[in-house]
Write a protein that binds this ligand. Structure first.
Ligand SMILES: *[C@@H]1O[C@H](CO)[C@@H](O)[C@H](O)[C@H]1NC(C)=O
Ligand SMILES: *[C@@H]1O[C@H](CO)[C@@H](O)[C@H](O)[C@H]1NC(C)=O
Ligand SMILES: *[C@@H]1O[C@H](CO)[C@@H](O)[C@H](O)[C@H]1NC(C)=O
Ligand SMILES: *[C@@H]1O[C@H](CO)[C@@H](O)[C@H](O)[C@H]1NC(C)=O
Ligand SMILES: *[C@@H]1O[C@H](CO)[C@@H](O)[C@H](O)[C@H]1NC(C)=O
Length: 510
């Protein structure tokens, strides 16, 4: 592991700047969504939209960090830089194991990254290629860039190619072709392109909202596509999954993330009918620009997602940094209900257990009744909290975190209507943006044995709340006072049987 630069270890001021403990954020300045997520040998690479010179969106480069466990991150030099009037916008990475691009050698095939070039002089976007022949350590821009010009995009884009971006590229085995999925800013469509050499691309199809049965009409302005195959649990089948960040229509406002299933023949994606109730991967305000790690070995087999937590632009009250990676989560698919419809499940990656130090509170098989307050002697700002309980028909169980006399973020389960919620109205500083407070809800039913499960990751300036087996998630940023570190577990309107409650303190120093 590389030694961290001294500046990262020293100033206490950084720790006081809402800096998360076990989530990635830039050492300094701005980040937005992750880019080019790829595992190479035992190293998880994280690239991300980064302004290294100011704490605002602009001057975008691919920042870079590496990890052996998705929890401890080492900051690395910029990977794909802005320069010559061209900024490096979002894109993805893939292993060119056959040296199809000719940019490596047969003995040392290259890793490729496709990104959007943003030409500042005329605000045009085109698609570009970079490659690495040292396992992702350094990246060289392809001399023939752009590989898709704005002029080539123009017939397929309402803005004449000005706003075509976010290339997701993968190799499609059955057709033997490379496939690119592009977003078109402000438009409700994606385009699909194919290539034999990773460098010359041909448009092959559009995917528009009217081709997705049941898609609510408000789900608009699609960005940041990701696409991959995922096994269906309990079967030998797989299905294609297409993930999109629409800028409009999400349950909590701001950008959100939808996940579609469907089939793909190498040129056209055919979407399964959409169930609006299970369409969104997250019901909170702060989960978007989601991508998944590629090149994860089959022996691991996980599809792991991460996005950006920050839907308020430059407004959050952090001074040295802006924008945080959501905690990496696995994505799986199960069949459910009479129609065997598919449902996504998400869970924090198991690597979190490696830093879940002391068990600071535990409760087993204890009934909680109105008037009781449990967990009040526990405290912390970096926690993994797991609850399993059964609850009376009209009762409401509330877990307050980051609690002080006049501050708290309340995670609640309302049994009367099967609703999981996160209430940020008294969470701390919500004045910086009209969307920073409020209550976010998601439907959640007890499991077949009547047990409700909730897992809450708390980290300095965020809560990520997973319901059930991960069929719903609510992710939100919060900005409480540093001293608001209490917990409280209460019930009203009836009682609850706490099967198991565990509160783990997260500690990176082990
Ligand atoms: C890989 O690309 C390099 C550079 O063009 C070329 O010299 C080499 O022969 C290629 N190898 C294979 C197996 O395609
Ligand atoms: C934008 O500028 C680039 C670089 O000078 C040029 O190649 C491209 O044609 C321009 N695009 C438009 C749409 O003007
Ligand atoms: C590499 O070549 C093998 C053998 O032709 C093929 O099965 C595989 O799909 C190719 N993979 C890529 C990424 O080109
Ligand atoms: C709690 O109750 C469940 C269900 O009755 C039982 O299986 C479990 O062993 C109990 N756990 C403890 C620690 O008593
Ligand atoms: C569930 O019921 C509670 C209490 O009546 C109410 O405040 C809340 O808005 C309801 N939630 C939903 C999603 O209907």
């Amino acid at each position: 592991m590389k030694v961290l630069p001294l500046v990262y270890l020293l100033p206490l001021a950084l720790a006081e700047d809402f800096r998360p403990l076990y989530h990635f954020c830039p050492e300094e300045n701005w980040m937005n969504e992750p880019n080019g997520l790829i595992k190479i040998d035992s190293t998880w690479h994280l690239f991300y939209q980064h302004n290294p010179t100011a704490n605002v969106w602009g001057n975008l480069n691919w920042g870079h960090a590496t990890s052996n466990d998705l929890v401890h991150w080492t900051h690395e030099p910029l990977a794909i830089t802005s320069g010559g009037g061209v900024e490096a916008f979002t894109g993805t990475a893939y292993f060119d194991g056959n040296n199809t691009s000719g940019l490596g050698t047969a003995q040392n095939p290259p890793y490729l990254a496709w990104y959007t070039g943003y030409i500042t002089a005329n605000e045009t976007q085109d698609q570009r290629l970079a490659y690495s022949v040292d396992k992702g350590g350094t990246w060289t821009k392809f001399a023939g860039n752009p590989i898709i010009s704005a002029a080539q995009e123009a017939p397929h884009d309402e803005t004449g190619g000005l706003e075509s971006r976010d290339p997701k590229v993968f190799f499609h085995e059955p057709s033997g072709k490379w496939v690119m999925v592009l977003a078109h800013g402000g438009q409700d469509k994606l385009t699909f392109w194919t290539s034999s050499d990773t460098k010359r691309w041909t448009w092959v199809s559009d995917l528009t909202s009217d081709q997705i049965p049941g898609l609510p009409s408000g789900v608009q302005a699609w960005e940041v596509p990701d696409m991959f195959q995922l096994p269906i649990e309990g079967t030998s089948d797989t299905t294609w999954v297409l993930i999109i960040t629409p800028a409009e229509g999400s349950p909590a406002g701001g950008n959100g993330v939808i996940a579609l299933t469907g089939s793909f023949d190498g040129t056209e994606f055919t979407a399964d009918p959409v169930d609006p109730a299970t369409l969104w991967l997250d019901h909170g305000r702060d989960f978007d620009g989601v991508m998944s790690w590629e090149n994860v070995p089959a022996s691991d087999g996980r599809r792991i997602l991460a996005g950006i937590a920050n839907s308020y632009g430059e407004s959050p009250p952090t001074t040295t940094w802006k924008g945080m990676l959501t905690f990496p989560r696995t994505l799986t698919l199960r069949q459910t209900g009479p129609g065997n419809s598919l449902q996504f499940l998400q869970q924090p990656v198991q690597e979190l257990a490696g830093v879940s130090g002391s068990l600071i509170a535990t409760i087993q098989n204890q009934t909680i009744t109105p008037g009781d307050t449990l967990l009040s002697s526990a405290q912390g700002i970096a926690l993994d909290i797991q609850l399993a309980f059964s609850i009376d028909a009209n009762a409401i169980l509330s877990l307050a975190v980051r609690k002080a006399a006049d501050e708290q973020t309340v995670i609640q389960y309302d049994s009367s209507n099967g609703t999981l919620s996160v209430d940020r109205t008294a969470a701390g500083d919500t004045s910086f943006d009209p969307g920073a407070g409020g209550v976010h809800t998601a439907p959640l039913q007890p499991d077949a044995s009547g047990v409700v499960r909730i897992r809450a990751l708390v980290d300095t300036c965020s809560v990520e709340v997973f319901g059930g087996q991960g069929e719903v998630v609510i992710s939100d940023l919060i900005f409480p006072s540093e001293s608001s570190e209490g917990l409280a577990l209460t019930v009203e309107g009836g009682s609850a049987m706490l099967r198991s409650v565990e509160v783990h303190a997260i500690s990176l120093s082990g």
